[in-house]
Design a protein around this ligand. Structure first.
Ligand SMILES: [Zn+2]
Length: 389
């Protein structure tokens, strides 16, 4: 009976801690998502930096903010109308019916659409984007349209050669389109916010990172970026707060880094490894959080297969906690901020929590869709790992 009541008490503490942790994660995500999509060359990114700085300061971390130069190509206007006959027009909704590729250069006018690529004409293609793009450039078409099941937005540091519009494959057939797309180049700056917690030994340190930037807004339509990656920043902040709460048990320094300009090509993390505030050769490892809002299908660890010894140490901690989370181990890939560290020889794992409805780089990636299914056990795992002597 005594054991039973002890067990119940432990479970109650666990449930309470889990609930209050998720509430804090939700609050951080809501605040970060209120910032106009945290776009580059936009006040949203700057406001996100200020929010993260304040949070780290209130946790009690030592702060350091680095700025780096940033070239951004920003699409300011993207309008598209379709017509079956050139008389009756329907204006398409950005984000719902169509999305321009972030590399689309300016274009303006009325066009007849072809289903084969022809010089100077618009081409509506069913092929894979990469194949269609190469063919379209070669055929010198005016612009490319792709039918797709899901619209995925992107951003770029510069315009490319060809305007590309992805349209939903549920749209009725059309023969004419009117397009109006304008973009501008911006020379601006990006920021990395690095926050340090001091451990007992400073001759060795961890880096834990998450990018705070997202795609911003186009034509007043916001890409919220709740899962990508307000969720990762929220987990980063909560991890820092939990470790600070009992800092005496922290064996090594931990650098928490909120990276900028990930969506533009890992620019912030690349800058960090090129101007490291801590010698890279003395890092124990890098842990990157990107897409942390779900977890029904477990945890994916990108890069686990590249550093098996490092991974074994990371996973040993999970096993010691008896955390029963399904794992997907993957080879590394240049798809998030762990990669510049990996290239510099630092063992680096990119964690993401799998599951959810698959909203990615679209207008549906909103705070209320996140389930936070695996966030709490994942946090406990990371916390124990960073406390491991
Ligand atoms: Zn991301």
């Amino acid at each position: 009976m005594k054991i039973l009541s002890w067990l119940l008490a432990v479970l109650a503490v666990y449930a309470q801690d889990s609930l209050s942790t998720i509430r804090i994660l939700q609050k951080d995500v809501a605040r970060l998502c209120a910032l106009r999509g945290r776009g580059h060359a936009d006040i949203g990114s700057e406001q996100a930096v200020r929010y993260i700085q304040k949070r780290f300061q209130s946790i009690g971390c030592e702060l350091r903010v680095d700025t780096f130069p940033l070239n951004v190509y920003r699409i300011r206007r993207a309008r598209l109308w379709i017509s079956p006959d050139g008389r009756k027009w329907r204006r398409l909704r950005l984000g719902k019916d169509f999305i321009p590729l972030g590399t689309s250069p300016a274009i303006e006018g009325l066009w007849e659409i072809d289903t084969i690529p022809q010089r100077g004409r618009g081409w509506l293609s069913n092929k894979a984007l990469r194949t269609a793009y190469a063919e379209a450039v070669q055929a010198k078409v005016a612009f490319l349209m792709m039918r797709d099941k899901k619209l995925t937005a992107s951003v770029s540091t510069h315009p490319d050669r060809l305007p590309v519009f992805c349209v939903m494959d549920t749209l009725p057939l059309f023969r004419y389109v009117r397009v109006s797309l304008h973009g501008e180049m911006y020379q601006t700056v990006g920021w990395n916010v690095s926050a340090r917690l001091q451990g007992r030994q400073s001759d060795s340190a961890w880096v834990v990172g998450a990018h705070y930037d997202h795609l911003g807004r186009v034509e007043g339509v916001t890409f919220w970026g709740a899962n990508d990656n307000a969720s990762g920043v929220a987990v980063l902040l909560s991890l820092a707060a939990r470790l600070k709460a009992s800092q005496q048990s922290l064996p090594y320094d931990v650098w928490f880094v909120a990276f900028g300009a990930e969506e533009l090509g890992l620019i912030g993390s690349q800058f960090w490894v090129e101007h490291p505030p801590y010698p890279l050769g003395r890092l124990r490892g890098m842990l990157n959080f990107d897409l942390m809002g779900f977890g029904e299908k477990g945890v994916a660890a990108v890069g686990a297969l590249d550093s098996p010894l490092f991974w074994a140490k990371v996973d040993e901690v999970r096993q010691a906690l008896s955390l029963d989370i399904p794992l997907l181990l993957r080879p590394t890939a240049p798809n998030s901020d762990h990669y510049p560290f990996h290239e510099k020889g630092v063992p680096a794992i990119f964690f993401y929590l799998q599951g959810g409805p698959g909203f990615y780089h679209d207008i549906n990636d909103k705070p209320e869709t996140l389930t936070w299914r695996a966030a709490y056990p994942f946090l406990r795992w990371m916390e124990a790992l960073l406390r491991q002597p």
